[in-house]
Design a protein around this ligand. Structure first.
Ligand code: ZN
Length: 271
């Protein structure tokens, strides 16, 4: 499971099921910048997501509202437990926060960008993001406009840039490009049909709502869920050509593609 928009959306729903509507009895932050924060007495009003960002909205009488923000990046996770249950599944040294309520405990492992802001100022954390692929306010036209605004940029980078559209990571990037037959280094201005690409990304992520297995092929069987992602050196499911892999120095920009199904398209002359 790769934490992309669908995983984060699912995580927000799990947190909602466990602690939404409950008053926190205790909090335990294990990051220096929040070590002294005490959320006892705060009501968990809403667990939401935007792109790959998690937003736990808390309220307290008379009219105070603040948001606990977290980001999973490649390796973070929230787990929920019953009171008294052992916190299994992840090593204890990865715990960044535990939120205790009467019926549940929510534990955040290896979370990134953990921060608390007044809810009215959430835009400081997520205001730069493009339309949310998993959100009710999904705006495909805006996503296309943003992708097209830098026509010389490789489409693989543009799809990953959360300022264009929010929720795509390396898995959906690679899979969307394969299914559209577009080489990862094709510049945005040369992609034949950006609206169709954006629409496909939206459909793929939303098809995996509510389940942790991410499939783009339709199969939920182990080893059959993806077309190219994490299939380097193996034969393309369509043409048999060896799947290629490239990584830009760190695993934040890893990509996979089929050289036959996704041929290189020459870039148009620069502006
Ligand atoms: Zn192929």
């Amino acid at each position: 499971m790769v934490p992309e928009g669908d995983t984060v959306w699912n995580t927000a729903r799990v947190l909602a099921g466990a602690i939404e509507g409950q008053v926190l009895t205790r909090s335990d932050f294990r990051v220096p910048q929040l070590a002294t924060v005490d959320l006892a007495g705060w009501l968990v009003a809403e667990s939401a997501s935007y792109g790959k960002h998690l937003l736990l909205r808390l309220t307290r009488e008379p009219d105070r509202a603040m948001t606990l923000h977290s980001h999973l990046r490649m390796d973070g996770a929230w787990r929920t437990y019953r009171p008294g249950e052992r916190w299994t599944g992840r090593p204890a040294h990865l715990i960044r926060v535990a939120l205790h309520a009467a019926a549940s405990v929510a534990v955040g492992f290896h979370l990134h960008e953990l921060a608390i802001v007044p809810t009215a100022e959430e835009h400081r954390l997520i205001g730069h993001l493009g339309p949310d692929l998993m959100g009710d306010g999904w705006d495909p036209a805006e996503a296309v406009t943003r992708l097209a605004a830098r026509p010389q940029r490789p489409i693989a980078d543009a799809l990953l840039d959360q300022r264009n559209l929010a929720g795509i990571g390396n898995l959906y990037k690679a899979e969307v490009l394969f299914l559209r037959g577009v080489n990862p280094w094709t510049v945005a201005g040369s992609v034949p049909d950006l609206p169709a690409m954006v629409d496909l990304a939206h459909r793929l992520l939303n098809a995996n709502r509510g389940r942790w297995t991410q499939t783009t092929t339709g199969s939920l069987r182990r080893g059959e869920t993806n077309w190219v992602f994490e299939r380097a050196g193996r034969p393309c499911r369509r043409c048999g050509t060896r799947i290629e892999r490239w990584t830009g120095g760190d695993h934040d920009r890893i990509t996979y593609w089929c050289p036959h199904c996704q041929p290189v398209v020459p870039a148009p002359p620069g502006p």
